[in-house]
Design a protein around this ligand. Structure first.
Ligand SMILES: [Zn+2]
Length: 332
């Protein structure tokens, strides 16, 4: 049995997808009442690149850029990931053909979508059979080393989409402001933030602590899992669990931010892939950007509460879990 889902990076909003309830927000689906995490099991991940370029980006430049973005994820220390360029193809990223294809597609109708990732996977095991990425050629693109004014940096967007291809959902570690014409990103502490930086910048080529924790959550080696730790707890309001709360772990020693969500009605959360040591925990409502970028309609996201901190410092043990990191919030 196979099923197709899609996830998109947009300038303004993103397509809905089904998140899986665990530590980092991962992609997945519900099969026979069970949550199945989307994951690659066969390595290297072999992908084809379309043999068509667009204005400013030739097909070989497209290939080289995609290869660099894969190499950035493959280079995460402690993750067992590898990828391989399989060749150029005339197939479309939109074909369901059991071959992973990455390339440009002209979709002027999707005027807020820079790129999109879709999957075909085994709904029982969650193993990905195929994942395609398209970049919307109705936007202006750049592969310049330092970026180009008014053009979107292809490597930055490829890095985000390849994060989805690996099975990662969106991170909420970013701030935006609403301006005429849409939301503008003020800052983002994750490549997996659903709204892209403005055209011209290449800031999105570098993975942040949150992205690394997410990929380690899915693909860490056994040795790496013994080196990192996690935090678990519950977010409650008036004695009941809060669903869809954004929970952020801050490590004052390293300055790293790693976040997760409460994904069930009981308000429970797990944040994994953390460096051992002292963390400060903060919870805030998911009120920056579109809730649909993070959760599908089945999660009853509560945004009516004030941000709050844990009343104690949380010490993450090496290879273990700091439990009962509970926070009580109050309505706005
Ligand atoms: Zn995305």
């Amino acid at each position: 049995m196979r099923r197709l889902i899609a996830c998109a990076l947009c300038v303004l909003c993103a397509a809905a997808f089904a998140p899986h309830a665990q530590a980092y927000l991962k992609l997945g689906t519900r099969a026979n009442g069970r949550l199945v995490t989307l994951q690659w099991r066969t390595f290297p991940i072999r992908y084809f690149v379309t043999n068509r370029g667009v204005a400013g980006v030739s097909a070989p430049q497209l290939e080289a850029t995609v290869e660099r973005a894969f190499a950035t994820w493959d280079g995460v220390q402690g993750a067992s990931l590898s990828s391989q360029f399989a060749g150029f193809t005339s197939a479309s990223p939109l074909d369901d053909d059991s071959v992973s294809v990455i390339g440009f597609v002209n979709r002027p109708d999707l005027d807020r979508v820079l790129g999109s990732t879709s999957f075909t996977f085994d709904v029982v095991s969650g193993e990905v059979v195929e994942s395609d990425i398209f970049f919307n050629s109705s936007f202006p693109w750049s592969v310049s080393a330092s970026g180009e004014t008014n053009r979107f940096d292809l490597e930055s967007i490829a890095l985000h989409e390849i994060g989805h291809l690996h099975g990662l959902g969106h991170s909420a570690l970013g701030e935006t402001e609403l301006r005429a014409g849409g939301r503008r990103v003020l800052s983002a502490e994750a490549v997996m933030f659903p709204i892209a930086f403005s055209a011209g910048t290449t800031i999105g080529r570098t993975l942040r602590a949150d992205d690394i924790a997410g990929i380690l959550d899915l693909y860490a080696t056994a040795d790496e899992r013994r080196q990192t730790g996690s935090i678990s707890g519950r977010i409650t309001k008036n004695g009941s669990g809060v669903a869809g709360a954004h929970v952020i772990a801050f490590n004052p020693a390293s300055g790293k931010l790693v976040a997760g969500f409460t994904q069930a009605n009981d308000g429970s959360f797990v944040i994994a892939g953390l460096e051992p040591g002292v963390h400060v925990l903060r919870v805030e409502p998911l009120d920056d950007g579109d809730v649909e970028s993070f959760f599908d309609a089945s999660v009853n996201v509560d945004v009516n509460f004030k941000p709050a901190f844990s009343t104690r410092l949380i010490v993450v043990p090496r290879g273990g879990t700091a439990r009962n990191a509970d926070i009580t919030v109050v309505a706005k």
